[in-house]
Design a protein around this ligand. Structure first.
Ligand SMILES: *Cc1c(COP(=O)(O)O)cnc(C)c1O
Length: 408
């Protein structure tokens, strides 16, 4: 047997079935238009933001990094709950433009921004987190050409990183941001070009489950921001402190203690240096806000034995769940939280392998899982599916197509 990851809080059974928003799994699949489907819970999304705000200092703004989940109804639902959106492509900017969202609340990071993307961002009044000197000069040239005042911030590549981070995005040579010792010089160029200077963006990593590591990274970010503001020679208008709050995916993972993080941050905010005393301070979170609010439901289409092993074959798979299959930046595959959604409160009765319908041995949803007995027609639930599921998986692989999505 191999353990499954921990099922996030907030999921109950109604008449034996996993229920979300008061509806059972079968009814949800019907409402979504069929299996497989991602179901996102409004209640859980809202609760996450409320709990986070209660834990963090009032002054801290909370942005949603939409690459975690850009499903349009979810963006609309999140819009009044968060202070801003962070995007990482012109495509994501288009999504927000269709939603009638105040684009002054949006910032745009990410390497390799093309001229057209810079131009649409500048026209829309989006803050651009510049990833290099070259990008800064291109943005300034484009702004001059179209006669606009660009809102520019610099993404810093700090010398430190977020310890224990699932994806390292700072420290040493990186494609992201401007090395910290070259930031002040570039900031002065931007200021003297007459741009609307929007300060710094310091992102140190992702998917951290250690409070201590996050507290340390935030302290380092504030120290570095102070040092850079002094070198630039003026207080910072804005500091995006990055994010990195992780969620438990695997057996043994513990949820983050956000109260501890909020308390440490409040202490720091009480004694900020003058360079940061009037600064707009924010964090940007993706998976922490939406990951645990989503479930992937997929129907069992075959049940078979091979050499004494039972396989439950579903109509879903890695084309929607690349991360859960173990093929999105993991070295050793471990099981995500999963369950038989149609027997959600039943006792485990057998060991099974749950696989997807793709003709590749990579398509695994759960290995050696101890679960209630399930038959063809039952539904499997994979949890932590609210982030990096639908849009981070190769849905066209094998001609399978996209999953349905439903916000409930
Ligand atoms: C991907 C990304 C995020 C979101 O990361 P999560 O791990 O989902 O919180 C935030 N900011 C930047 C710059 C990113 O690239």
């Amino acid at each position: 047997m191999k353990p499954l990851g921990p099922i996030p809080a907030g999921y109950d059974a109604i008449e034996g079935e996993l229920s979300i928003g008061g509806k059972g799994a079968r009814a949800l699949i019907e409402e979504a238009g069929g299996s497989p489907a991602f179901i996102y819970s409004k209640d859980l999304l809202a609760k996450r933001v409320v709990d986070l705000r209660a834990a963090m200092p009032d002054r801290l703004k909370i942005n949603y990094a939409i690459k975690a989940n850009p499903f349009a109804p979810l963006l609309e639902f999140m819009s009044p709950l968060v202070d801003g959106f962070d995007i990482a492509s012109g495509g994501e900017l288009n999504m927000l433009q269709q939603l009638d969202f105040d684009l002054k609340r949006v910032s745009f990071a990410g390497p390799g921004k093309r001229d057209l993307e810079l131009e649409s961002a500048i026209r829309a009044g989006v803050t651009i987190n510049l990833e290099s000197e070259n990008e800064a000069r291109r943005a300034l040239d484009i702004a001059e050409k179209i006669g606009a005042e660009p809102r520019l911030a610099i993404r810093v590549n700090p010398d430190f990183e977020l310890r224990g981070s699932g994806m390292k995005m700072g420290g040493g040579a990186k494609p992201f941001g401007v090395d910290q010792d070259r930031v002040a010089q570039l900031a002065r160029e931007i200021l003297s070009a007459g741009a609307d200077w929007r300060g710094l963006h310091i992102f140190t990593g992702s998917q951290a489950l250690s409070e201590d590591a996050l507290i340390e990274a935030q302290a380092n970010v504030l120290d570095l921001a102070d040092q850079l503001a002094q070198e630039i020679g003026q207080p910072l208008p804005k500091l995006n402190m990055g994010g990195g709050f992780g969620i438990p995916y695997f057996h043994g993972d513990e949820p983050l203690d956000i109260v501890a993080i909020g308390d440490a941050l409040s202490d720091r905010f009480d004694t900020l240096p003058v360079t940061l005393s009037e600064t707009e301070l924010c964090i940007e979170l993706g998976r922490y806000l939406v990951g645990e609010a989503g479930v992937y439901l997929t129907e069992i289409v075959d049940r078979k034995e091979s050499h004494g092993v039972t396989y439950l074959v579903t109509d879903g798979g890695l084309h929607h769940q690349l991360a859960a299959s173990g093929n999105f930046g993991t070295v050793v595959r471990r099981n995500y939280p999963a369950a038989i959604a149609t027997y959600f409160d039943a006792e485990p009765a057998e060991e099974v392998n749950i696989v997807g319908c793709l003709c590749t041995p990579l398509d695994r949803l759960a290995d050696k899982a101890h679960l209630p007995r399930a038959e063809v027609g039952d539904l499997v639930a994979v949890f932590c599916a609210g982030a990096y599921g639908a849009t981070a998986s190769p849905s066209d692989f094998l001609g399978q197509g996209a999953a349905r999505e439903l916000l409930i």
